[in-house]
Design a protein around this ligand. Structure first.
Ligand code: PLP
Length: 395
């Protein structure tokens, strides 16, 4: 079995979640829109899941719209808000460190004449409220930003930015895909109008997510086809997935505090051991303002891709933030945005721990990783043991 340190990519389905969803694949398979009693049982289960997801983020059940995941929730939020605005000139503020679900949606809108400002983070991977405020224009119709960054784990000041958005009367969308189950989320405190969630990031199955749409805020649907989900997301509901997301949300609330304190201790032990044993390693992103489970490191002299492959062969699963575009591996846009040069960005990897990570796994990983790095460095034509490397940055 691999030592799985890639929980920001996806998490395993909790056995209790699987147990909750199975009846809705087998006996209680009816369509939640059917009027017969099996259909009503499915409807009741969807309603219960809606309550549970709402409770996770401090929302009302009627404010939850189920989607096929985080990507769809982000698309619905942004495209839906833009379609709903009848301003003659439209401007969106987002950031350079968003997930592609947000970035590419904004880029597609730029082609349709919507202006977009991509606010840069500081060198620690945090967006400053002041720089966001400076980006406001009279024609700004949406602010879209993430709560926790998927690559660095950095936590963004969404409460403060929510206040700025409210003062300016601009709708605020928060991508909370990476923060749900790692941080408490309260949509009222944040002042969010829209907030995206994805079940597979918190021990639910893939292919189901939700968008919180504050009651009173207006978005247009992206898909057409029925009155499901208040007409905002037509299509027969994924009842097993929705039930599973409801159960996963219930567990996330139940385990949040314990998970966070246990996982942060493991992550910190892991990170400091790597910093002690791997010469020149640097931790990327703010070390304090960060979710409990993520560590992103630059390992000069070893490419992130080779590290991921070599570690995989040793039985450790982790990832780079690199994206594959038209056959070429591009360095992470997030690492470039915080000021890493191309080479350092390509020499970076992310480890993300989770609920099932054990202390034994962490100790094994600590023992296994440094020799792999040494082997790769020995093969690197541009790296010798004498190569001077900057001291670890503890930003
Ligand atoms: N937003 C963030 C911050 C993410 O990390 C991800 C997935 O990695 C998504 C959105 C997309 O979510 P999904 O995989 O459910 O489409």
């Amino acid at each position: 079995m691999h030592i799985y340190l890639d929980h920001n990519a996806t998490t395993p389905v909790d056995p209790a979640v699987l147990e909750a969803m199975l009846p809705f694949l087998l006996d209680d398979f009816a369509n939640a829109s059917s009027v017969h009693s099996p259909g009503q049982r499915a409807r009741a289960a969807v309603d219960e899941a809606r309550e549970s997801v709402a409770a996770l983020i401090g929302a009302k059940p009627s404010e939850i719209v189920f989607t096929s995941g985080g990507t769809e929730a982000d698309n619905l939020a942004i495209l839906g808000a833009i379609k709903a605005s009848n301003a003659p000139n439209k401007h969106i503020i987002t950031t350079l460190i968003e997930h592609h679900a947000v970035l590419q949606t904004c880029q597609s809108l730029e082609k349709e004449g919507v202006a977009v400002t991509y606010v840069a983070p500081n060198a620690s991977g945090v967006i400053s409220p002041a720089s966001l405020r400076r980006a406001l224009r009279p024609e700004t119709v949406l602010i879209s930003m993430m709560h926790a960054n998927n690559e660095l784990g950095t936590i963004q000041p969404v409460d403060e930015i929510g206040r700025i958005a409210r003062e300016a009367g601009v709708p605020f969308h928060v991508d909370a895909v990476q923060s749900a189950s790692k941080l408490p989320i309260d949509v009222r405190k944040i002042g969010a109008d829209l907030l995206s969630l994805s079940a597979h990031k918190f021990y639910g199955p893939k292919g189901v997510g939700a968008l919180y749409v504050r009651s009173g805020s207006h978005i247009e649907p992206v898909f057409r086809g029925g009155q499901h989900e208040r007409g905002l997301r037509p299509g027969t509901e994924n009842v097993p997935g929705i039930v599973a997301m409801g159960k996963a949300a219930e567990l996330a609330r139940q385990y949040l505090a314990d998970d966070a304190s246990r996982i942060v201790a493991l992550r910190d032990r892991f990170e400091s051991a790597l910093c002690e044993t791997i010469r020149g390693i640097r931790v990327n992103g703010d070390r304090a303002q960060r979710v409990c489970n993520t560590t992103n490191v630059t390992v000069p002299g070893a490419s992130g891709e080779s590290l991921v492959i070599a570690l995989d062969l040793q039985g450790i699963a982790c990832s780079t933030g690199a994206a594959c575009s038209s056959g070429a591996i591009e360095p992470s846009h997030v690492l470039l945005a915080i000021g890493l040069n191309d080479e350092d960005a390509r020499s970076s990897i992310r480890f993300s721990l989770g609920r099932t990570t054990t202390a034994l796994e962490i100790e094994r990983a600590i023992a296994m990783i440094p020799p792999v790095v040494e082997r790769l460095r020995a093969l690197s034509p541009r790296y010798s043991p004498m190569t001077p490397v900057a001291a670890g940055r503890a930003s």
